[in-house]
Design a protein around this ligand. Structure first.
Ligand SMILES: [Zn+2]
Length: 366
């Protein structure tokens, strides 16, 4: 997807000179409203890079189409780098001036809200949509044979008792063949769109029909279901999907936190607290990184091998180089873990994680 390439580009951009990263929620006010402008001006006051600030203001004024719910903007005029990423999820307004793009909010969102497929189903057809970073894209919609309702004691009685049962078994046949058509389309959709997790929407009865008919391999991708009409509009589907994804993700993240803490206590594949987690990241052992949202702590980074630590030491234990002070070791640890293919979860309101030092990790099996 387009967005993932942007993130890759930002991850590999390491200008070593100061730059601005700005996150702003555009709706409900709209990009050109006084409220949004005021908020942007307030945020930009925290950045001393006045030329970058101007570039950002110009972009929002004259280039940005205003169609997304939120916007992330990255500007490093010194290296002639500019990137704007619109996305349809709510975000807390914030700004950072660092010598790298500030990416943890986007990384956390990408982990949570990407590679989803939404399947809306009824007895006749289905709508197949991809869901990434809050954006729904209609991939396919199709209808099988119409399912004709036969009222009890109505049309059926015309043919007598036998006719009634034939009519209802015809209906069952039509539904069955429609569902197998839907399964066929769903299978192609999952493969071609590289869907990793599925939400099925519809009535309870129709959801069950599809669930039962799905091949085992795809059933494991099913993350949850929503009660919704097949004709629902995008804003209704997106808000139901976001609610469900948040609920599922919060539950699974809570259990990952417990797992990391338990493993760390056993001296097994877990790390808690910034220093232990930084060491595990440096060793390339981290499989899952769990970070409390907005957690930030200054630290020291080796200029030679980029080893991070919160302890002020003269020489790097790995390569003997000197350290430079960095304002946010947590953000840098997230970038490093991402570079090493860890899955990263930004977790809000988890006391267990805060007590464990705001950051924890589950390591790979070695
Ligand atoms: Zn080093």
């Amino acid at each position: 997807m387009f967005f993932k390439n942007d993130l890759q580009d930002l991850l590999s951009f390491n200008p070593e000179s100061q730059m601005v990263s700005l996150y702003i929620m555009i709706y409900p006010h709209g990009p050109q409203s006084d409220n949004t402008r005021l908020e942007i001006n307030q945020l930009l006051k925290h950045s001393a890079l006045s030329e970058d600030n101007q570039v950002i203001q110009d972009y929002i004024k004259s280039e940005y189409d205003g169609k997304s719910r939120s916007l992330a903007v990255f500007s490093c005029l010194e290296k002639k780098y500019f990137k704007a990423i619109p996305f349809d999820l709510p975000i807390k307004n914030h700004i950072h001036t660092l010598n790298r793009p500030y990416l943890s909010p986007l990384i956390g969102y990408l982990e949570r809200y990407s590679d989803w497929g939404v399947i809306l189903v009824d007895r006749q057809g289905a709508r197949l949509l991809t869901f990434n970073m809050g954006e729904l894209i209609e991939q396919e919609g199709f209808m099988g044979e119409a399912v004709k309702q036969v009222k009890r004691g109505g049309g059926a009685s015309f043919h007598g008792r036998m006719g009634g049962s034939t009519a209802s078994s015809n209906i069952d046949n039509v539904i069955e063949s429609n569902i197998s058509l839907i399964v066929e389309h769903v299978t192609n959709f999952i493969v071609s769109e590289k869907i990793k997790r599925i939400i099925i929407g519809g009535s309870t009865e129709n959801i069950t029909l599809l669930k039962v008919a799905l091949p085992k391999a795809w059933q494991s991708l099913l993350a949850g279901t929503i009660q919704i009409s097949i004709t629902a509009d995008h804003s209704e589907i997106a808000s139901a999907a976001i609610n469900l994804i948040d609920k599922i993700s919060n539950e699974s993240e809570n259990s990952l936190v417990t797992q990391a803490i338990t493993l760390a206590a056993k001296g097994d594949r877990g790390a808690i607290g910034l220093d232990d987690t930084l060491n595990a990241i440096h060793a390339g052992q981290v499989q899952t990184l769990l970070v409390a949202k907005d957690f930030s702590e200054p630290g020291f980074q080796c200029v030679g091998c980029s080893y991070l630590t919160t302890q002020e030491v003269d020489k790097c234990p790995f390569c003997g180089s000197k350290f430079s002070k960095i304002p946010n070791a947590v953000e840098f640890s997230i970038l490093k873990a991402k570079e090493k293919n860890a899955s990263i979860h930004m977790i809000a309101e988890n006391n267990q994680l805060l007590k464990a030092g705001g950051i924890a990790a589950i390591m790979r099996y070695s």
